[in-house]
Design a protein around this ligand. Structure first.
Ligand code: MN
Length: 299
């Protein structure tokens, strides 16, 4: 009997920021739909009121994860000592907040800046990133936090664009709590075969984002979710599955510009997220049934 994956929802379906009102609404709305956790954006850690957030989470009875991408002046894959120091400081700060809030995962583009690079990364830059992530990973391990290295498309980093690069990076870090974070929106752009990439990531997978090819309603784009959920179930993945979608109705600049949100595919975050939960549960159930029956033998 496998454990049930926790289902998460990215806070950006509700609110662009995390002041008290936004935090309270995002957490209450997420819990009301029956999600197990909310993923909060940690791009601006100073905006997070730790005690207030903890009380909202406790009242709602849901968990928390964090995601972020490093700023270009805090790029730990650069050859710049000041940038690397700022990046390590940002990550350490987030780990401390995550610990105080009982967050289970900190994920995203933790290993480089979150930006469109115009040149390839370097071996020295990747080595530097591995070293910083190892030091941060040790801090995270002390608080029971898993780090997810999110593999994203070529327009958002030049370091980890494929699942196999993510596995190699985590092997080099060499810590049990530093894992690969896959997102099928990005995989759809970069992988030769999304399902095969999930299976090959295997036990290194520690976090999963769902999102369709257009980043709108699940099932409204061109991604084959049956194959993706079958691969997740077949690989024995038991971690969180979090739905991520963006609309300029909610997020403003600078994120709108970095992500290229020029067409709005939804305006009603409530309807979008209720649908995503039903869609995910139905696909997980179907995948489990498919795999159970494909494995049963003759009697
Ligand atoms: Mn993602």
């Amino acid at each position: 009997m496998t454990m049930r994956n926790k289902l998460g929802l990215h806070g950006f379906v509700w609110e662009a920021g995390w002041n008290r009102e936004q935090c309270a609404r995002a957490i209450a709305n997420t819990a009301a739909l029956g999600y197990d956790l909310i993923e909060a954006c940690a791009l601006d850690p100073s905006s997070i009121d730790v005690d207030f957030t903890r009380r909202q989470l406790e009242a709602a009875g849901i968990g928390l994860t964090f995601s972020l991408g490093l700023a270009s002046d805090a790029d730990i894959s650069s050859n710049d000592d000041d940038k690397t120091r700022r990046g390590e400081q940002t990550l350490a700060e987030i780990i401390a907040i995550a610990r105080d809030l009982g967050a289970t995962h900190v994920c995203g583009i933790l290993y480089s800046a979150f930006q469109k690079y115009s040149i390839p990364t370097t071996a020295a830059g990747v080595a530097r990133s591995v070293d910083v992530v190892r030091r941060i990973g040790e801090k995270a391990a002390a608080s029971g936090i898993t780090l997810g290295m999110e593999v994203v498309n070529r327009y958002e980093t030049n370091v980890l664009n494929t699942a196999s690069q993510g596995v190699e990076f985590c092997r080099r870090v060499g810590l049990a709590n530093v894992k690969v974070h896959l997102d099928c929106y990005h995989m759809n752009i970069e992988e030769a075969d999304v399902a095969t990439a999930i299976l090959e990531t295997g036990p290194h997978l520690g976090y999963f984002h769902t999102g369709d090819s257009n980043r709108g309603y699940l099932g409204s784009g061109s991604i084959d979710f049956s194959r993706i959920f079958r691969a997740l179930v077949r690989s024995g993945y038991e971690g969180p599955i979090t739905f991520e979608s963006f609309s300029s109705k909610v997020v403003g600049q600078p994120l709108e510009g970095i992500l290229g949100i020029w067409r709005n595919l939804w305006e009603d975050g409530q309807d979008l997220s209720a649908h995503a939960k039903q869609f995910t549960e139905a696909h997980l159930k179907a995948a489990r049934e498919a795999i159970t029956h494909s494995q049963s033998s003759l009697v």
